[in-house]
Design a protein around this ligand. Structure first.
Ligand SMILES: [Zn+2]
Length: 123
């Protein structure tokens, strides 16, 4: 649990390959934008975040897992993450970006993720 945010986590790799297969070009981890978005489609002014359910407190069973040790510490950390996520998305929207968040649990059923990504990128 030492690494809070793994840059090349598996769900992110899966989302990248989905976007890639749809023929869209993107850049990664843009440090100049709020929240260092995972996938940035500059030409389309669209951003995709891939969030781990645990770390970003998704409202699903994975987001509700309680760590066995240091529960308070991790809860604070995760709440900090979730608050920052909200703030970053708000800022990005103000800057004119459209934002999609793909959750790790959605990747467990890739065909669903594919559909929401498709809808987001093609609208
Ligand atoms: Zn989830």
């Amino acid at each position: 649990m030492s690494k809070i945010r793994d840059k090349n986590t598996k769900p992110e790799m899966i989302v990248r390959s989905i976007v890639h297969r749809m023929g869209f070009r993107f850049s990664l981890h843009n440090k100049k934008l709020p929240g260092k978005p995972d996938i940035v489609l500059s030409r389309h002014k669209k951003i995709i975040f891939v969030h781990g359910c645990f770390w970003h407190i998704h409202n699903c069973k994975y987001g509700k897992v309680k760590p066995a040790t240091n529960a308070d510490f991790w809860t604070n950390k995760r709440q900090g993450n979730a608050a920052r996520d909200k703030e970053n998305i708000r800022k990005l929207k103000q800057l004119g970006w459209r934002v999609l968040v793909i959750w790790e649990c959605q990747i467990r059923k890739p065909e669903k993720a594919v559909n929401s990504i498709k809808r987001f990128l093609e609208e």
